[in-house]
Ligand binder design. Structure first.
Ligand code: WT7
Length: 663
């Protein structure tokens, strides 16, 4: 998203009507962590509200000021306070007598399992901190983490936090190039990795990518990584450099389990998380310690209604994304959760693997992404139907707009029609959930993230920064600072100001880059990045709305819509559709789907072209790469596919164009 992106004056068409409503279950309401009073409390005094939330953490030195916004958009929260994030996530639970509680139920892809209690976690984090210190890591040094989803990933993050050494976790699916540029950009001194991890039933190497990245960082960028700490996970052969490489099982296992932690300024950097921008190099989103932890812990408590003594929580994200940072490591552990972490993919060794894990551990709260939900819809309800999912009491969704049909399927098939679904809108930059229902307060509306959480200000505004009336669309902005907001882009204050704060500088709003609409009740529907909005014959159409209409057809599992240049209409709607396995083949499904969209939304939204495809091009985090689909729709050579999770997919799609129709 560039700051200069524009959106013409016409408001977003608000054409879809969704009337289903789901009341919160009575037992959840009766015992809810957060009630409607929180909205009033925060509205009365935002800073007092966040000061109260900060009390759920242990501070070594109390803060003297809640928010310093004297030099916007550079915020400081909880100034004067001193805190250690790892202490708050681990030690204090042990000190409170909860050392025997399981923190992590680890499930490896090959079927190995391991439970880690809080007492064990404290020992291992302390050992890892001692080992890192012995390798020369001191406060302020950056450490890159490139690991599979194993307990050591969480332990490594916490060990860095314990030392005040900001980590940058790089998703294990990224290439050595991506790893090298991140290592260089933040100047990582040490890298923590593994020989490999398991993926789809086979070991998949990680260490060779680190070796390459280290060489690239040195040769290309002149940055030297001093040491590489290597977890043995798969036992596969690795190349070894005695001057650099150190085995985790040697250095960490032999280190002392005693580590006296230091407390750091609330604004001490906790981590840098890289996220892609529209142009140029990835942006290093900087999060600091006190405010970030307050935001992650409060929202986890509020949105998931977490009861640490009885709930079993599972967030399926990878530790390499912000969701893994805020809602696996920091928020849940600060709240003393028992959680599942799973190494592998949902279909290995069988398509019921996730449901089997939920049954086995009695998972009560489950948090995943719409792309996964739509995949399960495609596989059919019989697969989850084989497992006992009755322990579930709350479901969450994150990452992209959830189509109403997917929401209802999730609630019905996975949640047995008992569980609220919380659609949570946020970003790497926001660090915490910003817009979401409160499960004990809000009536669920399929497809809507509803409204700003207590303590958060969100609005939908027009071109001039003026709030749009209910029933209209515009730009999603955040109107007031929040504790876990990004503080800057690592090493690039100017780009930080330009990217997020220049579009509505006059109003002082943070521009999220998303389009949204407010419905008749004023509830917010996020429509996706503003670059994904199309203009067809002067009507602003959201790709999301048309995709939702397509997915509401019983034959459709997944759909991606792009606008392709069209001589008569400006842009025309082009849809790429994956059919459900159960879909009746034969008949003119394309005509049927075009008519279906016309019926659901209106003739204006009727796709010019529908292509039936076997897969959609997605990034490794599951975001559809519409840019590539636009190339196909506009008959161009397909552009750069290097960030695709599976680069062969574009060949499949291009080859399948014969199945498209046009009139
Ligand atoms: C972008 C942020 C937040 C962690 C995962 C993604 C989209 C995210 C929703 C939602 C509609 C959503 C937005 C946002 N997004 N959640 N519930 N409804 N859109 O983090 O990679 O920083 O992406 O994801 O477009 O701006 P991210």
């Amino acid at each position: 998203m560039t700051a200069g992106a524009t959106m013409p004056d016409e408001t977003l068409s608000n054409l879809m009507h969704e009337t289903r409503r789901f009341a919160p279950p009575a037992d959840l309401v009766a015992a809810a962590n957060v009630t409607a009073a929180a909205y009033d409390e925060s509205a009365a005094d935002q800073e007092a509200f966040w000061a109260t939330q900060a009390r759920r953490l242990d501070w070594d030195t109390d803060f003297t000021r809640v928010l310093d916004w004297d030099n916007p958009p550079f915020a400081k929260w909880f100034t004067g306070g001193r805190i250690n994030a790892a202490y708050n996530c681990v030690d204090r639970h042990v000190a409170a007598g909860r050392g025997d509680q399981v923190a992590l139920h680890f499930v490896g892809e090959p079927g190995d399992t391991r439970d880690v209690t809080y007492a064990q976690l404290q020992d291992e984090v302390s050992q890892a901190a001692n080992a890192l210190a012995a390798l020369g890591v001191t406060t302020g040094d950056r450490v890159a983490i490139y690991l599979p989803m194993i307990p050591e990933a969480v332990i490594a993050m916490l060990a860095c936090a314990r030392l005040g050494a900001p980590h940058t976790v790089v998703f294990g699916g990224f290439s050595s190039d991506a790893l090298a540029s991140r290592i260089t950009d933040c100047g990582a001194k040490v890298v923590i990795t593994a020989d490999g991890g398991y993926r789809r039933g086979a070991p998949s190497a990680l260490k060779p990518a680190v070796d390459e990245a280290r060489a690239k960082a040195a040769d290309r960028d002149g940055h030297r990584v001093e040491r590489v700490l290597v977890v043995r996970r798969t036992g596969q052969e690795v190349a070894w450099d005695d001057d650099v490489d150190v085995w985790w099982h040697g250095a960490v296992a032999s280190a002392s389990t005693e580590h006296q932690c230091e407390f750091f300024d609330a604004e001490h950097p906790l981590f840098v998380m890289y996220t892609s921008g529209t142009t140029g190099k990835p942006k290093g989103i900087l999060h600091t310690t006190g405010g970030y932890l307050v935001g992650a812990a409060y929202t986890h408590h509020a949105v998931f209604d977490l009861k640490p003594e009885t709930d079993v929580y599972w967030c399926t994200a990878d530790i390499g994304w912000i969701t893994g940072h805020s809602y696996i490591t920091y928020g849940p552990l600060a709240n003393g959760v028992t959680q599942v972490i799973y190494e592998g993919t949902p279909d290995s060794p069988h398509k019921g693997r996730w449901w089997e894990i939920i049954q086995q551990y009695g998972v009560t709260i489950f948090y995943t992404a719409p792309t996964a939900i739509r995949t399960f819809m495609k596989w059919g309800r019989d697969i989850p139907g084989e497992f006992d999912l009755s322990s579930l009491r709350l479901l969450g969704s994150v990452g992209e707009p959830i189509n109403p049909e997917a929401y209802v399927w999730y609630r019905n098939v996975i949640g047995g029609d008992r569980t609220p679904v919380v659609d949570t809108w946020w970003q790497t930059e926001t660090g915490m959930i910003m817009i979401s229902p409160l499960p004990g307060v809000t009536h669920g509306k399929p497809g809507s993230a509803m409204k700003a959480l207590p303590g958060v200000g969100a609005e939908v505004v027009d071109e001039n920064g003026v709030p749009v009336p209910n029933g209209s669309g515009g730009y999603l902005v955040l109107t007031q600072p929040w504790p876990s907001m990004l503080r800057t882009l690592w090493g690039d204050d100017d780009r930080f100001v330009e990217t997020y704060w220049s579009r509505f500088a006059e109003q002082g709003y943070y521009f999220a880059g998303d389009g949204a609409k407010k419905d008749e009740d004023g509830d917010i529907w996020v429509l996706g990045r503003v670059d994904d909005v199309m203009n067809v014959s002067g009507h602003r159409l959201s790709t999301t709305e048309i995709e939702s209409a397509l997915v509401s057809h019983p034959s459709v599992a997944e759909a991606a819509v792009v606008g392709a240049a069209d001589e008569t209409t400006g842009q025309a709607v082009c849809a790429f559709v994956i059919l459900r396995e159960s879909a009746a083949t034969g008949g003119d499904v394309v005509t049927e789907l075009r008519n279906h969209v016309a019926k659901e939304i209106g003739a204006i939204a009727k796709p010019r072209q529908i292509m039936i495809v076997p897969e959609l091009p997605k990034t490794r985090s599951g975001k559809i790469m519409r840019r590539l689909l636009r190339d196909v729709a506009e008959n161009r050579k397909v552009g750069d596919t290097t960030t695709l999770a599976d680069s062969s997919i574009m060949d499949l799609i291009s080859a399948g164009q014969a199945t498209s129709t046009e009139d």
